[in-house]
Design a protein around this ligand. Structure first.
Ligand SMILES: [Zn+2]
Length: 84
């Protein structure tokens, strides 16, 4: 597994940082500089694109699970209703 521990350029990220950005991206929009840095890292790294695929697969599975659970509510009402 190729692991880059030393950032060679200001925009380069370590695998740990890239993984953190990938996870954060699931919840919120990244800053432009983070988006660019992440994209550069994914181009240069062999391990992180696999992690990204896992995240995407997980998100798809979660979305499917939510649909199966019959939650047809918009994002605005998310978390407001809890099944008792
Ligand atoms: Zn990496």
């Amino acid at each position: 597994m190729a692991v880059m521990n030393i950032p060679a350029l200001p925009l380069m990220r370590t695998c740990r940082q890239a993984a953190a950005l990938l996870v954060a991206r699931e919840d919120r929009a990244l800053r432009l500089s983070d988006t660019v840095a992440l994209r550069l890292h994914l181009l240069a790294c062999k391990a992180c694109p696999q992690f990204e695929n896992q995240l995407l697969t997980m998100r798809l599975a979660m979305g499917r699970w939510r649909n199966d659970a019959g939650e047809a509510q918009g994002p605005d009402s998310q978390g407001l209703q809890r099944p008792e």
